[in-house]
Design a protein around this ligand. Structure first.
Ligand SMILES: [Zn+2]
Ligand SMILES: [Zn+2]
Length: 330
């Protein structure tokens, strides 16, 4: 089969690889669509010690089951393989599983014609749903999970909150669209890339700004800050922008530098919330939102052939891509 293989820092090769042979309990899936994630870019930059080349990356995938009891069905893959028996798995928080493993990290990912994956990681989806749209379920579920955690502790309903999102990648943009869907009418989004700002502006959810500009949103004015970058700088901005009693939702994983103002966090009772991936229910909710068109027109998704994947990575790396999400099709 053909696959896009991460072979070295800043290097991907589209080449022949052995077709996977599923073990008992696994299914072979023919991939129809697979999105490029920020974490794939992180690996491509050589910054992820967990992803060692040569490796097939990619985990935001939809395909047709080729073997086993679900043969012939179109499915979304839950890329998070978990043990199923630890306290977190059994408590419905499988994203915290002690043995969790993401496809495209140690085992092969989905930038390929085929993948093998445990049958319990297959998610039902409407069979007439566009596979490109369905492949967005994973990033949408990440944003949805973050907002769900916020909703549980927010002092006021989201519709009354003033929210700012740092980072206009797919997690940031989906967070903005989900907040809008939930009735939030006071949404800001900051991104340093002008192409991405242009895309975000067209989605009409609120105010888009450049964090490097003179003109900045008012410090201490947001009930909710979603940090979809996760760098020392954005953590410092989050602390500046958040209102007393507000919430910082930390989703990005760019670096582990300092940046938090723990004095302000304490004196002003700021909640700092970590978020990692999603539960199976978040994924199902994401599929449903996408199928119902609740996040508006998704024409801004950039779709390309898997054989052009190396070029897509290079363009994202060089900041030349206006769309926050490229989906590859084998
Ligand atoms: Zn992802
Ligand atoms: Zn577990």
């Amino acid at each position: 089969m053909k696959a896009l293989v991460y072979t070295d820092t800043l290097e991907l090769q589209y080449r022949d690889e052995p077709k996977p042979e599923p073990d008992p309990g696994e299914a072979l899936i023919k991939i129809e669509a697979v999105g490029i994630c920020g974490s794939d870019m992180h690996a491509y930059h050589g910054h992820d010690a967990r992803r060692v080349p040569p490796l097939i990356l990619g985990h935001e995938a939809v395909g047709i089951v080729q073997t086993g009891q679900y043969k012939g069905k179109r499915v979304v893959l839950n890329p998070l393989i978990t043990c199923g028996i630890c306290e977190h798995c059994q408590g419905g928080r499988s994203n915290l599983c002690v043995d969790r493993e993401l496809i495209g990290m140690r085992r092969a990912g989905a930038f390929a014609e085929y993948i093998d994956i445990p049958e319990r990681n297959l998610l039902e989806m409407p069979q007439d749903m566009d596979p490109v749209i369905a492949s967005l379920a994973e990033p949408v579920a990440t944003s949805l999970h973050a907002i769900y955690l916020v909703e549980k502790i927010s002092h006021r309903p989201l519709s009354e909150c003033r929210a700012v999102i740092l980072g206009g990648g797919s997690i940031g943009v989906f967070a903005a669209l989900i907040l809008k869907h939930k009735g939030c009418r006071n949404i800001y989004l900051g991104d340093t890339n002008s192409l991405r700002r242009d895309t975000a502006e067209k989605l009409d959810f609120g105010t888009v700004y450049d964090p490097l500009d003179q003109d900045q949103p008012e410090p201490g004015s947001f009930d909710l800050v979603i940090d979809a970058v996760g760098s020392g700088r954005t953590r410092a901005s989050s602390c500046e922008l958040v209102k007393a009693g507000g919430i910082i939702s930390h989703v990005g994983l760019q670096d582990n530098e300092a940046g938090l103002d723990t004095r302000k966090i304490t004196l002003e009772e700021i909640t700092f919330l970590g978020n990692y991936t999603y539960s199976v229910l978040d994924l199902r909710a994401a599929i449903d939102l996408l199928y119902r068109g609740a996040l508006g027109s998704l024409e801004w998704i950039d779709t390309r052939s898997l054989s052009d994947g190396a070029e897509a990575f290079r363009e994202i790396h060089e900041g030349m891509v206006a769309s926050p999400k490229i989906v590859l099709r084998p």
